[in-house]
Write a protein that binds this ligand. Structure first.
Ligand code: MG
Length: 295
């Protein structure tokens, strides 16, 4: 499942313009028969979703999230509030999926929506769960989203290093997912769109197999977004492919005006080691993890 495209944004009233080009790639991996990941790459909305819930529920959950956000495709008036409303609709749609007792359907969502704020183009970064949004700028790859995961909480509390978190047995336990648990509180960040920005959206099937340095090397070596997405998925499969892996790469060119506005609280860049000793790559919501008595 792969896709690519491009778009030239041209707002009314001489608003800023930029040209986006993108490519996406997704694979079930070497172990799983179903691909419970999904993605949407239709300007101005680019997201990945990693479904969970067993049987076909995870596949349906990620598809419902993508379908709800798909209402933003082609629009030029999108705001954070619009995205929030779509996420709430996605939540309702995921909760309506019939599931086995104790196995709620859920899905992560991570990605960017290109928006204009006061005449300036921004990436509106949105995240729920442990899929990730990165930005490659000036040769440096930086994770923008912050994982909603137990190990991220332990990193924040100073109990684990990032490298330890990557190998921790509870690394797949998410603290937020659309549809699962009591609710969700998505993170939003606004980043000014800069010339030659490259945004990377990925499910944990990529970051579970490749460290940030390996990901950055591929993004820097391959200028075409579609080829970069394909190569990242291929590298994750070569590294083991123990989970579904989905990648969307979005490039920004011909940015008519760059912004001096401060961006809102992006997390600093983090580096990770490779961590190849993984057997079970199931992402699970925290409550269910506890019910199953796993450690
Ligand atoms: Mg996954």
């Amino acid at each position: 499942m792969t896709e690519s495209g491009f778009s030239h944004v041209s707002e009314r009233d001489a608003a800023p313009t930029f040209r986006a080009s993108w490519g996406a790639s997704s694979a079930a991996g070497s172990v799983r028969t179903l691909n419970e990941d999904a993605y949407l790459a239709r300007f101005p909305v680019f997201v990945v979703a990693d479904g969970m819930g067993g049987h076909e529920a995870g596949e349906l959950a990620s598809a419902e999230a993508v379908a709800a956000l798909g209402r933003l495709a082609g629009r030029t008036d999108v705001t954070a509030r619009t995205v929030q409303e779509c996420l709430e609709e996605a939540q309702d749609r995921v909760r309506a999926i019939p599931t086995s007792p104790g196995r709620d359907a859920g899905t992560t969502v991570s990605g960017v929506v290109a928006v204009n704020e006061s005449g300036v183009p921004y990436w509106l970064v949105v995240n729920v769960g442990d899929s990730r949004t990165y930005r490659l700028a000036d040769g440096v790859l930086e994770q923008v989203s912050v994982d909603h995961s137990e190990v991220q909480e332990m990193v924040d509390a100073g109990m684990l290093t990032v490298a330890e978190a990557a190998r921790h047995p509870r690394r797949h336990v998410v603290t937020q997912a659309l549809g699962a648990g009591d609710g969700f509180d998505p993170d939003f960040w606004l980043l000014p769109v800069e010339e030659n920005d490259r945004m990377l959206l990925c499910t944990d099937g990529l970051t579970g197999e490749l460290g940030d340095d390996a990901i950055a090397a591929i993004l820097l070596a391959q200028p075409a977004p579609k080829a970069a997405a394909d190569l990242l998925v291929e590298a994750a499969l070569v590294a083991g492919g123990r989970d579904n892996v989905t990648v969307v790469v979005v490039d920004a060119h011909d940015v008519a005006r760059t912004a001096d506005e401060e961006s809102t609280s992006p997390r600093g860049g983090r580096s990770q080691d490779n961590y190849p000793d993984v057997d079970d790559e199931d992402t699970v919501p925290r409550a269910r993890h506890r019910e199953q008595g796993e450690h």
